[in-house]
Structure formats: structure tokens, C-alpha cells
Ligand binder design. Structure first.
Ligand code: NAP
Length: 358
């Protein structure tokens, strides 16, 4: 068993790490850390709001038993030498200073944005850009580290990049317009979105989100050269909105392809890609990487987000666009805390272990 620590274990993503690592066949979560607010408390008590005592836990699964009494450490009390791998679920400002301290000694898989845009850092989605993993070696050499920082993308980028990849490989992509309807849990818990602001409402702006999705999509779909990743030159434009849904980001996507293509061929390519995806057989890999619905009322977050335990990107409404000559449109749903962050990070760790990198 590989020894694992999670930093930021009390947050929205950290909680999902705790669930995803429960009874994992390869990884054992032996220590967790969070802010000074939580350090020294048993996990189950640290998850309660101090004033009301209300539990901060919105998952379909209960808090796993193995975690309830685990005492939360301070970050500085985590000895990296005791671990084979560290998962981080920290806000980006904290990750900026904390992650390098650990990566000097041990691999770090991160859900934060802090290092995503550096030249020697890949943004990894298992099954989409596995060849970019090679950059981790360059990062180690550049920085004289024993470990590395391997970030996942922003959770809104994940489903978009997953669905664009088969289209791009077969038909080429010129431009993409995407409008997202993003879940509340995507905003995290400190402080998160206040109920009074979001009930009966849609908030048409998420700070920094559109820029992140635009840059990350091009990097993930970019090409590896000797020392870095050359971003793909597809044009990406987004509008990101917050909606009153607990989990699961819905995205309305328009794609201008280089070649003319019928919608049914897009479905065929997505399903072919799903069938042959590289990460099959890993413990956390879903049975279906992508599902495509013909029913025009799907995907819906409440019905589709837990398919294959939140690891499947669910697509529907694939149709021809009438404005652009080579345009197609579709709707996708991706679970922001599962494939889009913690559970996707566990899948990445499994891929790195299978490649003997951790
Ligand atoms: N939420 C999502 O769906 C999602 C998806 C993809 C990526 N991400 C990214 O993942 C990261 C975590 O997001 P989140 O939504 O889980 O945020 P969150 O709910 O706000 O959780 C933040 C975590 O960091 C801890 N923390 C805060 N300040 C700290 C400090 N100074 N030292 C150590 N720990 C500290 C918090 O501990 P306390 O509980 O003790 O305050 C908590 O465990 C962010 O970078 C976010 O952008 C989030």
C-alpha cells in the first residue's frame, strides 16, 4: 500500500478525497491536514460550523468510518518523508507556498490552479493527455526536486477537454464557444456561495473561471515538444455561470470543426474514444468514459451526475449548428468533485503508479 496524506481534507474537494480513498486497493490515507481552524480536532468535529454545530457534508455517502476519529494535523506537522504521495485540495494562494515545500521531497497531485500555467507543469486529465506526463521529469530536473507538482485542470475544463479530444483528433477544431451552468460545490466551502444569493437565481459571473477554461483547454489539447507543451491554437470562448445545483457542471458547447461532420459521426467518435481510452482497468476508472444520450432531455445533473460514481462525462443534444458551415452543438455534464477534482486526482495517481512514476 502507498502511504497518502491529503492537505485541505475538510473542504469540498478534500471531503471527496476522503470518500474516494476509502478502502482503496493501492492507497492508504494515513494523515490529513487543514487550516489552523481545524488542526487538533477529530475530522468529524472539524466538519461542524462552530456557531450552529451544523455538519458541512453534502455528499450522498456518509463520512467514512475510518476518518471520523482521525485528528487533523497542521500542515507544518506533515513530514513528507513519511508519504509516497500527497494530494492537495487547497485554495490557490495557499497552494502556491505549500505545494513546493512538499514537492521537493515527494510527488504532489493538486486540484489547485497555482502551478497550472508554468512551462514545466502539465495539466493532466487521465486518458486525454497522458503523453504530457513526460514533462514531470523535466520539472524535477529544472527545480532539483525529488517529487513534482501534477495539477488537474479547473473542474469546468475537464468535461470540455474530454469531449473535444475525440472531435479534434478526427475532424479538427477551429473554435469553441462554451456556456456553463456550474454547481454550488464548485465554489468550495470557504466561504462558498451564500444560500440567499443563489436560491431562485443564476449568477452570471464566476471570477477568473472563463480565463482558466480558455487557457487550460488549449494547453491540455496541446502538443508535447522536447521541453514543454505547445498550446493548441483552437479559439476558445466561454461564459461561466453559477446555478442552484449542488454537484455537477452542465455545459452548452458549440464547436466549429475543420471538416464538415454529421452529428451522428460525433456520437460515434465519442463512443469509440470512450471504448478505447487508456485508463481502462485502473481501480477508479469508470466503465464508460463518455456516455452519449439520444433523449433530448438528457443530461441532467440530478439524474446523470452519479453515473459510474461521477466519473463519466455525459453528453446529449448533439446537433448541427445552422449559423456556421461546419458547426455542431451539444450539452455535457461532468461531476466537478469526482472526475473534475478529487476522484479524478485519484485516477491520475493510479495512472502514475501504473507507469512506475510514483
Ligand atoms: N470545489 C470543486 O468542485 C473544485 C473542483 C476542482 C478544483 N477545485 C480547486 O480545489 C481547491 C480546493 O477547493 P475546495 O472547493 O475544496 O475549497 P474549500 O471547500 O474552500 O476547502 C479549502 C480547504 O483548504 C483548507 N485551508 C484553508 N486555508 C488553509 C491554510 N492556510 N493552510 C492549510 N489548509 C487551509 C481548508 O481548511 P479549513 O476547513 O480548516 O478551513 C479546507 O480544507 C481549490 O484550489 C479549488 O479551486 C475545486
Amino acid at each position: 500500500m502507498q502511504r497518502i496524506a491529503v492537505l485541505g481534507a475538510t473542504g469540498a474537494v478534500g471531503q471527496e478525497f476522503v470518500v474516494s480513498l476509502n478502502k482503496h486497493p493501492w492507497f492508504e490515507l494515513t494523515q490529513v491536514a487543514s487550516s489552523a481552524r481545524s488542526a487538533g480536532k477529530k475530522y468529524i468535529y472539524a466538519l461542524r460550523y462552530p456557531a450552529s454545530g451544523i455538519l458541512k457534508w453534502h455528499k450522498p455517502e456518509p463520512i467514512p468510518e475510518y476518518m471520523q476519529d482521525m485528528v487533523i494535523s497542521k500542515i507544518e506537522d506533515i513530514d513528507p518523508e513519511k508519504f509516497d504521495l500527497i494530494f492537495t485540495a487547497l485554495n490557490s494562494d495557499d497552494a502556491q507556498t505549500i505545494e513546493p515545500d512538499f514537492a521537493r521531497s515527494v510527488p504532489v497531485i493538486s486540484t489547485a490552479a497555482a502551478f497550472r500555467y508554468e512551462n514545466d507543469v502539465p495539466i493532466l486529465i487521465p486518458g486525454i493527455n497522458d503523453e504530457h506526463i513526460e514533462i514531470l521529469d523535466i520539472q524535477k530536473k529544472n527545480r532539483n526536486w525529488n517529487g513534482f507538482i501534477a495539477p488537474l485542470p479547473n473542474c469546468t475544463t475537464t468535461g470540455l477537454a474530454i469531449t473535444l479530444k475525440p472531435i479534434m483528433d478526427k475532424y479538427g477544431v477551429e473554435s469553441v464557444f462554451m456556456t456553463s451552468l456550474q454547481a454550488l460545490s464548485g465554489a468550495g466551502r470557504s466561504p462558498g456561495v451564500i444560500a440567499l444569493d443563489i436560491m431562485d437565481n443564476v449568477i452570471p459571473y464566476i471570477p477568473k473561471e472563463e480565463e482558466k477554461v480558455q487557457i487550460e483547454t488549449k494547453k491540455i489539447l496541446g502538443e508535447l515538444n522536447q521541453t514543454s507543451i505547445v498550446p493548441n491554437n483552437i479559439k476558445v470562448s466561454c461564459t461561466c455561470m453559477r446555478v442552484p445545483v449542488s454537484d455537477g457542471h452542465t455545459e452548452s458547447v458549440f464547436v466549429e470543426t475543420k471538416e464538415s461532420v454529421d452529428p451522428h459521426m460525433i456520437k460515434k467518435e465519442m463512443l469509440k474514444f470512450s471504448k478505447n481510452v487508456s485508463i481502462k482497468e485502473l481501480p477508479t476508472a469508470p466503465k464508460d468514459y463518455i456516455i452519449v444520450h439520444d433523449d433530448p432531455t438528457r443530461p441532467q445533473p440530478r439524474i446523470d451526475r452519479e453515473i459510474n460514481d461521477g466519473m463519466t462525462t455525459v453528453v446529449g443534444r448533439i446537433r448541427k449548428d445552422t449559423v456556421f458551415e461546419n458547426g455542431i452543438k451539444y450539452v455535457l455534464l461532468s461531476h466537478n468533485e469526482k472526475m473534475g477534482s478529487a476522484k479524478g486526482a485519484v485516477l491520475l495517481a493510479e495512472l502514475l503508479k501504473r507507469k512506475d512514476i510514483i
